[in-house]
Write a new protein. Structure first.
Length: 267
């Protein structure tokens, strides 16, 4: 299927790692021009090279800390100068874990800065570019934990629930302009950072943190929240759903929160 990305442009925050990188690569393969926003120049340079090889007619890496309003504004000004408009904005960044009793006020503020306000800033900065395009889409990455709670990620989940709420509101307010807004809520996804962060715990139980089946075994063992498919997901399985929602072909899905979690007990 031709998703209509030829001649289109897309921006992906957190586009050098994990799900963000996979989304950027999928967009490039569909023929989109892709801007990736992240903090490390070396990682941006390497990602841009890969995007061009994957089929992007143009790609740019922008050093942007999405918790910094001035940097976000400057990043989208650079996109404006390069392309003049933007068809798709995908916000993928998110904060880490922490139990309620371990989090102080500054921790909560920091988590919401990354999990919610980063997307708010990027949407605000991108809106003039999205409005200048022939068609426009916004996809924000939420989390399945907003419906299936875990004590280990209380602030993260709260920030992602807020992001889903803001996205729903934006979908309603931007619908008259033809700008579609959706969220995608991934389940347990095997990324490099996930695997490396949990490697000591997995090794202690003779499990491989890069194996989707072992990952789901560990999650079921400790959190009693298995996926119906019996395995964790892969970044590219998130990317294909996000890419459709961000595409011109998606003409009628807006205000949705799409679970991509291998099957669960909620809708």
């Amino acid at each position: 299927m031709n998703l209509g990305f030829e001649g289109a442009s897309a921006a992906v925050t957190g586009g050098t790692k994990g799900m963000g990188r996979s989304i950027a690569l999928t967009l490039a393969g569909e023929g989109a021009r892709v801007a990736v926003l992240a903090r490390q120049q070396s990682e941006l340079d390497e990602t841009v090279e890969v995007l061009l090889k994957a089929g992007a007619p143009d790609a740019v890496g922008l050093v942007v800390d999405v918790t910094n309003g001035a940097q976000v504004t400057a990043g989208f000004a650079a996109i404006d100068a390069r392309w003049g408009s933007l068809n798709a904005l995908i916000n993928t960044v998110g904060p880490g874990a922490g139990k309620f009793e371990d989090l102080g006020d500054d921790d909560w503020v920091g988590v919401f800065e990354i999990g919610l306000m980063s997307a708010v800033r990027c949407v605000r900065a991108a809106l003039p570019l999205l409005r200048a395009a022939d068609w426009a889409r916004i996809v924000n990455i939420s989390a399945h934990s907003i419906q299936r709670q875990s004590a280990l990620i209380v602030a993260y989940t709260a920030s992602k629930a807020a992001l889903a709420s803001v996205s729903k509101n934006l979908a309603k307010s931007l619908a008259p302009e033809g700008i579609l807004v959706n969220t995608v809520s991934p389940g347990s996804i095997v990324t490099a950072s996930f695997s490396e962060g949990l490697r000591p715990m997995f090794t202690a139980e003779n499990l491989d943190p890069t194996d989707p089946v072992d990952v789901m075994t560990w999650i079921e063992r400790h959190f009693h929240q298995p996926a119906d498919l019996g395995r964790a997901g892969l970044p590219e399985e998130i990317a294909v759903v996000v890419t459709f929602l961000a595409s011109k072909v998606n003409g009628y899905v807006t205000g949705a929160n799409v679970n991509v979690d291998g099957g669960s007990d909620f809708v």
